[in-house]
Design a protein. Structure first.
Length: 119
């Protein structure tokens, strides 16, 4: 089990199912350790029936258990990006405007990578 994360915070908020990838969880713990600050999870695993996923044309990376959104901003967001890139996280989304700022990290190798995008 993870050092810094609980099953509950990574489980689907729609149904409570937990299918988070163990290797990605180990990497996430490493990133958290190196950053040295809490990683509030705003979204972890999402089942295919989660309302956000149902609204998409195709289910996203969260349904693979290899994606997470971390609610950080400003200097912490910069540090997380720096550490994630150093560890080879291949897909990073950045939402740093207004309320609800976060960094999306995913290791879904079935999708184009490396990629960085903004929301």
């Amino acid at each position: 089990m993870a050092k810094y994360f609980t099953r509950d915070e990574l489980a689907c908020t729609h149904c409570g199912e937990y299918k988070f990838d163990d290797d990605f969880l180990e990497l996430l713990d490493t990133l958290r350790e190196e950053c040295g600050f809490p990683f509030p999870v705003s979204s972890g695993y999402r089942c295919p029936l989660h309302p956000i996923e149902v609204a998409k044309r195709h289910p996203g990376a969260h349904t693979t258990g290899r994606a997470v959104d971390i609610a950080v901003s400003h200097g912490q967001a910069y540090k997380l990006l720096e550490v994630a890139i150093a560890h080879g996280v291949p897909r990073i989304g950045v939402q740093q405007k207004g309320d609800g700022r976060f960094i999306h990290l995913d290791w879904d190798v079935t999708r184009p990578n490396p990629r960085v995008w903004s929301y």
